[in-house]
Design a binder for this molecule. Structure first.
Ligand SMILES: Nc1nc2c(ncn2[C@@H]2O[C@H](COP(=O)(O)OP(=O)(O)O)[C@@H](O)[C@H]2O)c(=O)[nH]1
Ligand SMILES: [Mg+2]
Length: 197
């Protein structure tokens, strides 16, 4: 059997937006109702099938570093995919996306595929409308999902679509790519420094 593609993913966003829960839901189909930074999986793997290919995901969680805005450069190094998460019931987490995006541009590889996730859609009241999330994602050439780590809504989609996008971008198949999903060349850094995919 051909060896699978291996992609490194990272998950970023403000504290308590549900990053660790999204990872737990994706890896183990479980929900953890308690916010405990020590319970979060720091690293997990799962193999998925995309376009008939095996793709092994190595997914990194922040291990609580985001509480101090002290996420190190090494966390971003080599990542080809990122989930950027905010909480649709807390406006401030959406407002901070600009600063997370700056970090992703600064430390992430030039061809990083980012999925913006508005999480906790099972909760009320909503402080960020779906259209606002979509607009931010379009402006920054990101994929967009509204998710619930509790009910598992769109969680699989968010993780798997990143790999689909990476494979589409690296394929030699001359199929046209969807413009709203692709990181445009002008927004990229000049060198493809660390991404191995
Ligand atoms: N209702 C609901 N609660 C969530 C969801 N995702 C996370 N939570 C809760 O939000 C809190 C923070 O989640 P956590 O994954 O630890 O956040 P992190 O700091 O971003 O890793 C916990 O109490 C979770 O149970 C969700 O989709 N829906
Ligand atoms: Mg966490």
């Amino acid at each position: 059997m051909a060896s699978p593609f291996t992609f490194k993913y990272i998950i970023v966003g403000d504290l308590a937006v549900g990053k660790s829960c999204l990872l737990l839901q994706f890896l183990e189909k479980k929900f953890n109702p308690v916010h405990d930074m020590t319970i979060g999986v720091e690293f997990g793997t799962r193999t998925i099938q995309v376009n008939g290919k095996d793709v092994k995901l190595h997914i990194w969680d922040t291990a609580g570093q985001e509480a101090f805005r002290s996420i190190t450069k090494s966390y971003y190094r080599g990542a080809c995919g990122a989930l950027l998460v905010y909480d649709i019931t807390r406006r401030s987490t959406f407002d901070h996306l600009v600063s997370w995006t700056t970090d992703l541009e600064k430390y992430g590889s030039s061809n990083l595929v980012i999925a913006l996730c508005g999480n906790k859609i099972d909760l009320e009241p909503r402080e960020v409308q779906r259209e606002e999330g979509e607009a931010f994602a379009n402006e920054h050439n990101m994929l967009f999902f509204e998710t619930s780590a509790k009910t598992a809504d769109c969680v699989e989609d968010a993780f798997i679509s990143i790999s689909r996008q990476i494979l589409n971008e690296t394929t030699t198949d001359p199929q046209p790519q969807k413009a709203d999903n692709v990181i445009k060349p002008e927004s990229k850094k000049p060198s493809n420094s660390d991404c191995s995919c």
